[in-house]
Design a protein around this ligand. Sequence first.
Ligand SMILES: *Cc1c(COP(=O)(O)O)cnc(C)c1O
Length: 220
Amino acid sequence: MNLHNIMEKIEHSRLKVNAHHIVQLVAVSKYSNSNQIKELYKEGQRAFGENKVQDLEEKSNELNELPIEWHFLGNLQKNKINKLIELSPSLVQSLSSFDLALELQKRLEAKNTTIDALLQINSAKEATKGGVQPENAKDTYQKIKENCPNINIQGVMTIGAHSDDKKIIKNSFETTFKIYENLKSSGALICSMGMSSDFELAIQCGSNMVRLGSILFKDN
Ligand SMILES: *Cc1c(COP(=O)(O)O)cnc(C)c1O
């Protein structure tokens, strides 16, 4: 589906929430090459997301001349932290534990730099997914704020439940949105949820950032 049609769908969903609800679109380019990213850039898209540090490095180097806002969305291995910091992404959406935050803090401090990040929440409690358990999310968020001055924590991210049952998916979004609302007083601004198969539902549940890959990049 093309960018224009997707924007219309986002527009339709966000207006159901309210006229002032703004939703950012991150184009997840992990299945795509630099030429496809360039095509979408020409149509006006500026934020792109990758889930592997290696791919982020390759594509951001290849597209170095374009002012793209890069997001990192994948599982972050500790031995890739330094490389990720060097690439200085706009937003790391997949900060998945306090332990990882401490490690990231250490390296940021050593390099005398900062990074913007979201706390990933395992809202459906799936063993295959990273992120903190919903009941620990608030605590972990506060601990990161207090102990990691070089991490600007901006909100939360979740991947919707892996299910065909809309109610179960909705439940995972509602769980995350509640946590986000609870963290607003601690400065949370971003509630990143919604992928190709469930972004309209996610927006209805309060998402203000969707991450779309396959629907944007496949058979345009
Ligand atoms: C791959 C990925 C997406 C995009 O998934 P699609 O279903 O292709 O839209 C979004 N978020 C994360 C964390 C991903 O890994």
